[in-house]
Design a protein around this ligand. Sequence first.
Ligand SMILES: *Cc1c(COP(=O)(O)O)cnc(C)c1O
Length: 435
Amino acid sequence: MNYYNLKDKKELVNFKEAAVKGQGKDKGLFFPETIPQFEENFIQNINQFSDEEISYQCMKDFIGDEIPEKTARKIAAETISFDIPLKKINDKIYILELFHGPTLAFKDIGARFMSRTLSYFLKNENRKVTVLAATSGDTGGAVANGFLNAPGINVVILYPKNRVSAVQEKQLTALGGNIAALEVDGSFDDCQNLVKLAFSDEELNSKVFLTSANSINAARWLPQQIYYLLALKQWQKLEKENPVICVPSGNFGNICAGLLAHFRGLPAAHFIAACNTNDFFPNYIKTQKAEPKETTSTLSNAMDVGNPSNFVRMLELFHHQFDDLQKKVSAYTINDEKTVKTITEVYEKYNYILDPHGAVAFASLEEYLKEKPDKKGFFLGTAHPVKFPETVEKAIHSTIEIPESLDELMSAEKKTTEINPDFEELKRFLLNQII
Ligand SMILES: *Cc1c(COP(=O)(O)O)cnc(C)c1O
């Protein structure tokens, strides 16, 4: 499969280049040249396929012959080697729990696929690659965990000092090995800025091979289709009508992966982008105007994005036909007050504990289903509530149980290097790493 740069369609790369480079010229995102269709038999009889087979079938056309089948199957299986259950919350609403992986967030899935893919592509090369990422919380942990001990790869993660939760910080800083955590005395925007400067610094890039690990990278974006198929497998046993699929959205990688799977043949009645008060996309759906905004901080912090980078993939998926997009995708804005109220209500009524991101999704889906009473749907549970104990415990007036794996993590030692939000400090650190 070839991938073209959305900023310059003449730039064509294969899967390896798309995965290793992360992005094309002018920071353009890569997009698959064709949308491979699922076989009808596969979709209709999906409950007869094992999860590992589904994962492989989902990815094989994007990989082509660039990874031998045996290895590709192993990568596909390891990508989803934990539970991804679809659970009923009430008569109309189900949750796909994507948070049973090592860092208790759905980003584990994309990160695991990407790390294994990159390791395969780089194993016979003598260049060492540095994966550089800024995190406001969840990305860093999932990336660090996915790449831990990956041969030929160093990981450097920048996070804002005192602005990630205690669990998130430990997930970044307790691993050691090939994972370096830089504690930046500044904001998430400062971290992101430093990363951008690093990618555009010629001298640095001539000495260190840098790549990104966010959903801009096709190798992290594409495997996110897998769990929509795993949801379908479970949905078909429970319900007859096609589901409305609701996705808590920030950078829009997740929902774009769902839409891609849909265009390949995954049945879905409708898609919903659930947003917090960072309402770039809800605004676009209303006005057809794409107006990037300053990011505002909310309780669902992994969705605090004012200018979603995967929006261009959304437009491409719909061939820039606004009417088609508007027919298939709705969007809602849920503020913090409603988020907390939803956590409280869902706990009291259905005895289910939502995290803030899940609450934004639940509230959005509920609003949509009020308008379409004959429909049912599921939303993606993207993070475990235990990652947001302050918000959740206050909302449910009760404490939440800490999983054993977290206890162990919390007692591990934190290892970081503190830097100022100063590019020269980052550059020196990156140059020292390769010596
Ligand atoms: C990253 C993240 C999101 C948003 O996903 P996008 O693909 O960026 O839209 C939602 N919830 C949680 C918990 C996340 O970590």
